[in-house]
Design a protein around this ligand. Structure first.
Ligand code: TRP
Length: 334
């Protein structure tokens, strides 16, 4: 079992239920088993065009969302990446033990760069910065989605390469993938839920109840049934959301009941949707209430300041070791 956990999320403004049910609830759970370090990765966000007027507030907002979801600053470290600029220093050093070919194989770069008019070198080297995030804290477990497994493999290769050239410094981090929790878009259940596809495609964790009801009610249910399949992707997605929501609120019977009705062909989709909406609100309502209280208290800046201080202490320890081993700088101070 992992002893130290690191994970990061980009400051996209708001969390959606795909992020929460697929990843963040796992971050929250892991706090009971390991030392956890969670990071809002603003350096990663600037690999594509971002508005400097909104980036900082997006970072604050993401931190508030994470705290409301249950990331606990008394147990874990929560900080904003650029508050610890050592991340970029380590990324540069690691980029010099990473083969160009290894980075060029990353499939996420291919997907992301196709959507950009201006493709930055930063978007290309993004996975090396991600490796630096993880290795900086010598984390051995990294909760991520399926789409990040390739980046984790690269992080392990980089750790091995560094260790063999400069001595054993970094453990090899293992991905911790939340099983079966790939929440799909409500409007297009064949693609993963994301903000970039547009309003209709995602449900925000902090979204207003009326709007959530509307989106769940208009979820696509009746297209995409492949021959031989009995459940369309949209219905399967609603059941997945219901399943996790029921688990989170300790409801052990509803899903089995609705599934049995579905099998017998007597489940009305309106009933399925209403139930999904209700259970989802049971999960989201307390999170939204905590978010409102936290935002009003103004304590997020103190929490992030404290998180940055604690992260910096670990980062400086790693960096002075790394600088010395690589032979960088004119002296051993700092
Ligand atoms: N690349 C990750 C994503 O898009 C975010 C991230 C940055 C991350 N640094 C990380 C995740 C370190 C895990 C560990 O989801």
């Amino acid at each position: 079992m992992a002893k130290r956990i690191f994970s990061g999320i980009q400051p996209t403004g708001t969390l959606h239920i795909g992020n929460y049910l697929g990843a963040i609830r796992n971050w929250v759970d892991l706090q009971r088993q390991a030392e956890c370090i969670y990071c809002v990765v603003d350096y990663h966000a600037i690999t594509i065009d971002v508005d400097p007027k909104t980036l900082r507030s997006a970072s604050h907002s993401m931190a508030l969302d994470l705290l409301a979801c249950g990331v606990d600053p008394a147990r874990s470290i929560l900080f904003v990446q650029a508050d610890v600029p050592q991340h970029t220093e380590l990324a540069w050093i690691l980029s010099c033990v990473t083969s160009y070919g290894d980075v060029a194989r990353m499939t996420q770069f291919k997907d992301k760069s196709e959507k950009q008019e201006f493709v930055t070198a930063g978007l290309f080297t993004y996975p090396i910065l991600q490796a630096a995030d993880i290795l900086m804290y010598r984390a051995d477990g990294v909760p991520v989605g399926e789409d990040q497994v390739q980046h984790l493999e690269l992080s392990r290769r980089i750790a091995r390469r560094f260790n063999s050239r400069f001595g054993e410094v970094f453990p090899e981090p293992e991905p911790i993938v939340t099983k079966g929790a790939r929440i799909m878009s409500l409007a297009d259940p064949t693609s993963k839920m994301s903000k970039s596809a547009g309003e209709a495609h995602y449900v925000g964790v902090m979204e207003r109840e009326a709007s959530i009801r509307r989106k769940v009610r208009s979820a696509v249910t009746d297209v995409g049934l492949a021959p031989g399949e009995t459940m369309s992707p949209g219905v399967a997605n609603l059941f997945l959301i219901l399943d996790i929501a029921c688990e989170l609120v300790g409801d052990a019977t509803t899903v089995a009941e609705l599934r049995a009705d579905f099998v017998e062909g007597k489940l009305l989709y309106s009933r399925l949707k209403d139930t999904v909406f209700e259970r989802l609100m049971d999960v989201l309502r307390p999170i939204q209430e905590r978010r409102a209280k936290l935002a009003a208290s103004g304590e997020v800046l103190d929490i992030l300041g404290d998180g940055a201080r604690r992260a910096t202490a670990i980062a400086e320890e790693t960096m002075s070791d790394v600088r010395r081993r690589v032979g960088l700088g004119s002296s051993d101070v700092g």
